[in-house]
Design a protein around this ligand. Structure first.
Ligand code: AMP
Length: 294
């Protein structure tokens, strides 16, 4: 009996222009494109999106671009982990067909002065929480994701629930553009419950112990919900009770109705709830969230 081993060679394109041409060619051949935008330093969370995109589309493609427009903190941009060689190997092993990169200038070729890029407002879901602590961040996300969607023309694009507010912002964008279908994928966690994040590699062992308090805080909110608690204030308090540690600075630990986003903490009992946390540990900022009513 003959065994056939299929080896997929991933195409690696350095520029968005080449990627746009390649994607248009694939679409003209009737292929559906599943797209996973990333900033690299890939881990199993990113790869779960690739697996999903691979399974649901004829072609799976990804981008690796550390978007300066979404970093309001230059130190964070400089310290953002970069490991292109490993990223390419992981994507190829996951069955990705094409990955592309690019520079800010290549994504915005019409702009001669990069300081003058037209930043798109994140929209209604961009207000509150992330906006308060990272002003301009979600505007920068929407601006680059719009370019990425125009480059690829995907049928579906895959985002992690870990960045919950981001999923709402890109869903608004996709609704306005008329494409793609946005697929929100579950957060991949370590056994400890800590959400995988490219920034975790910057945590010392002690800092990692602190980071591992985030998930129990989210579970405390879920437990309170399951015991019948519906007050946004008290659900938030259930989380902050778990986050009271030296070296862990809570930016927010709040709840929102995920279907009726409000900038501020709701003042009336909730029917649905998403608990959302952002903390700083040393120079590292981490976010996580959990749906309470499912
Ligand atoms: P990033 O490279 O951080 O911009 O992330 C690229 C995509 O991977 C985003 O849609 C993230 O929400 C998603 N992602 C990051 N971490 C995780 C995780 N632990 N589980 C699932 N998706 C994730």
């Amino acid at each position: 009996m003959q065994h056939v081993i299929l080896i997929t060679v991933m195409l690696h394109l350095e520029s968005p222009i080449d990627a746009k041409r390649w994607c248009a060619d694939q679409r003209s051949q009737g292929q559906t494109l599943g797209f996973v935008p990333t900033m690299g330093a890939l881990h199993k969370g990113h790869l779960s999106l690739v697996t999903r995109a691979r399974a649901q589309n004829g072609i799976c493609c990804a981008s690796i671009f550390i978007n300066p427009l979404q970093f309001e903190d230059h130190g964070d941009f400089d310290a953002y982990p970069r490991d292109t060689e490993s990223d390419l190997a992981l994507l190829e092993a996951q069955g990705c067909d094409m990955v592309f990169m690019g520079s800010l200038g290549e994504f915005f070729p019409e702009v001669s002065d990069l300081a003058k890029i037209d930043i798109l407002p994140a929209g209604p879901h961009g207000s509150g929480l992330e906006e308060k602590f990272r002003p301009g961040h979600l505007d920068g996300v929407r601006t680059i994701v719009e370019r990425l969607f125009r480059t690829v023309g995907p049928s579906s694009a895959y985002f992690g629930e870990k960045d919950f507010q981001q999923t709402l912002v890109v869903s608004d964008l996709a609704r306005e553009m008329g494409y793609p279908n946005i697929v929100v994928c579950p957060t991949v966690r370590e056994d400890s419950g800590l959400a995988l994040s490219s920034r975790n590699v910057r945590l010392s062992p002690d800092e990692k112990n602190l980071a591992q308090q985030i998930y129990p805080a989210l579970l405390a909110a879920r437990e309170a919900w399951q015991s019948g608690e519906r007050s946004p204030d008290r659900l938030s308090a259930a989380m902050t009770g778990h986050l009271n540690h030296d070296g862990l600075i809570v930016e927010y630990a709040e709840v929102r109705d995920p279907t009726h986003w409000t900038a501020q903490l709701p003042q009336t009992p909730l029917e649905r709830a998403q608990a959302l946390i952002a903390v700083r540990i040393g120079s590292v900022r981490l976010i996580d969230n959990l749906r309470l009513d499912q």
